[in-house]
Design a protein around this ligand. Structure first.
Ligand code: NPW
Ligand code: ADP
Ligand code: K
Length: 486
């Protein structure tokens, strides 16, 4: 499994463990430069290449790639930021192996280039790009010269995906051993182009010492705990989701209940205020509809094992009351939308009652209302929030992060922008609820729901509306089942 995502510090540790284990750093750098050159050759037949090298090891990768491309018949020019005498260690060695001229970094280098290899800064980026480095990056972008980046597009912060100063738009980014958060989080991900993961000979065993706690979301992470229905099972064995619906935005609860059923729950009930019951009853025939005036009896029925509160639920005392009661009863639940917003200003009172079997699914606005202005990357913020709330936090967006209070986190990268449409979040909350009702652990169910949701959205593409997601789930599950059985 190569889904682990390593922070910059963890990546340095993996490098040094490999070196301590007897693999020379020089060999790792040769492999990195070779991977970069190979990607260039795969995409661009013999052409004029400008290799932009920085003062550290990222520049070292560039000198290796330059040598290999030169040997393969490419017309290569190398520009170095700073003075070659200041290069150190493996980078100095690789510069010495480059037999042609090393030019000072200047715009002239890219003047007639068909391709730029961006080897200015990688993991060691320490401050915003400025001076000639920033000027180069801006000019490369202005002129639209294709860029292949070594490790990250220079200027992308490997830990956060933030852009320090500026960063070139790459067509591809070749990175080594494992991805870093900056390859998956926005805006960094958008600068990377296609991310190519290269094996440079770092042994997998180093991971046992590095102990990464972040993963790129994908079925490998949760396929083995997926709650497939049992041949001898029955609908109650597949769990029963209750969605607490509101009086006005009745569509949201319906979408959540449908998604819960598609996701695997054997039954779903919408519990709604009596004046809205007729509306709900005119809806989907397979969804049970019950009056919220019977809330206590519904809650007492332990077969109704997962509660979804928030989608279209209303922002009033009733919502607060229902959330408190469901939590007090120790029921597994998902708090979304209004169920989060009603606790803005009294979040700590809510957090006292949460556990790792409660899933919070805020979008950025709801997140801020609940947790205030947290700083740092999306990954960092989601982790901080999960720790503070003592619950699993699913922070929605183009780079959704699911964080567990124990520090584990997954970053999702399969969601197309078509998902930014009303009701898509209601479907996600319901889908996670369906998986949890069918027996999946909260953190894994959240990750699975996010991935299936993104996959369903991609299968539809342009024109997507939330209702389409419901209908797309069976095909996505069928595809996933075939992959899982293979
Ligand atoms: N064995 C390994 O480790 C392997 C590593 N590999 C490769 O090494 C890369 C990491 O190398 P690295 O640690 O040398 O960092 P790198 O990104 O080259 O930058 C550091 C230099 O840049 C400078 N600097 C920073 N920001 C700046 C700015 N804004 N403007 C100007 N200067 C700035 C900084 O200066 P300082 O902050 O010290 O003043 C320092 O001199 C990694 O991404 C991968 O490509 C592969 O070969 C596989 C094996
Ligand atoms: N730019 C984007 N690219 C991909 N997915 C997105 C983007 N913007 C939002 N999403 C996803 O769309 C869904 C929107 O959910 P939400 O904001 O709760 O909508 P609603 O409350 O209307 O259901 C979430 O799953 C979110 O991750
Ligand atoms: K780079």
């Amino acid at each position: 499994m190569a889904n682990e995502v390593l922070s910059v510090a963890e990546m340095y540790r993996a490098d040094s463990l490999a070196i301590a284990g007897g693999i020379p750093g020089e060999r790792l750098m040769e492999a990195a430069g070779w991977a970069l050159a190979r990607e260039a050759m795969r995409r661009f037949p013999a052409c004029r290449v400008a290799v932009l090298c920085g003062p550290g090891n990222n520049g070292g990768d560039g000198f290796v790639a330059a040598r290999l491309l030169d040997r393969a018949g490419y017309a290569v020019r190398v520009g170095l930021l700073g003075d070659a005498v200041n290069l150190q260690g493996d980078a100095a060695l690789m510069a010495a192996r480059w037999r042609h001229r090393i030019e000072p970094l200047a715009i002239d280098i890219i003047e007639r280039a068909d391709l730029v290899l961006d080897c200015l800064f990688g993991a060691g980026l320490a401050r915003p790009l400025d001076g000639i480095a920033a000027k180069m990056v801006e000019t490369v972008d202005e002129r639209g010269v294709p860029v292949i980046a070594a490790d990250v597009p220079s200027g992308v912060d490997g830990d956060s995906g933030a852009i320090l100063g500026c960063a070139p738009q790459a067509v591809a980014t070749v990175t080594f051993f494992r991805l870093k958060p900056g390859h998956l989080l926005l805006p960094g991900r958008l600068k990377c182009g296609e991310v190519v993961l290269a094996d440079i000979g770092i042994p997998e065993q180093v991971l046992a010492e590095v102990e990464p706690a972040a993963w790129e979301n994908g079925p490998e992470l949760w396929a083995d705990s997926f709650p497939w229905p049992q041949a001898a099972g029955h609908k109650y064995a597949r769990g029963h989701v209750v969605v607490v619906g509101g009086a006005e935005m009745t569509g949201a609860a319906r979408l959540a209940a449908l998604a819960a059923r598609r996701g695997g729950a054997g039954l779903a009930t919408i519990a709604a205020p009596p004046p809205a019951l007729a509306t709900y009853r005119a809806g989907d025939p397979g969804t049970i509809v019950a009056g919220l005036d019977h809330f206590t009896a519904l809650l007492a029925d332990t077969r109704r094992n997962v509660w979804v509160l928030g989608p279209g639920g209303g922002r009033d005392d009733q919502m607060r009351h229902h959330v408190r009661e469901v939590l007090a009863a120790g029921r597994t639940c998902i708090l979304d939308a209004d169920a989060l917003t009603v606790f803005a200003g009294s979040a700590d009172a809510l957090f006292r009652h949460l556990s790792a079997q409660v899933l919070l699914t805020p979008h950025d606005g709801e997140f801020q209302r609940l947790f205030g202005k947290l700083t740092g990357s999306r990954l960092h913020r989601a982790r901080q929030a999960a720790e503070r709330a003592g619950a699993v936090v699913l922070l929605k967006g183009p780079d959704t992060v699911v964080a567990h209070p124990d520090g584990r986190a997954v970053i999702n990268a399969n969601a197309p922008p078509w998902l930014a449409t009303a009701g898509a979040g209601d479907v996600l909350a319901g889908l996670a609820g369906g998986l949890m009702a069918a027996g999946m652990d909260c953190f894994e169910a959240a990750a699975a729901a996010v991935w299936l949701h993104g996959r369903a959205a991609s299968s539809i593409g342009p024109g997507l509306i939330a209702e389409d997601l419901i209908g797309a789930i069976p095909a996505v599950l069928t595809e996933f089942a075939a992959w899982h059985q293979a």
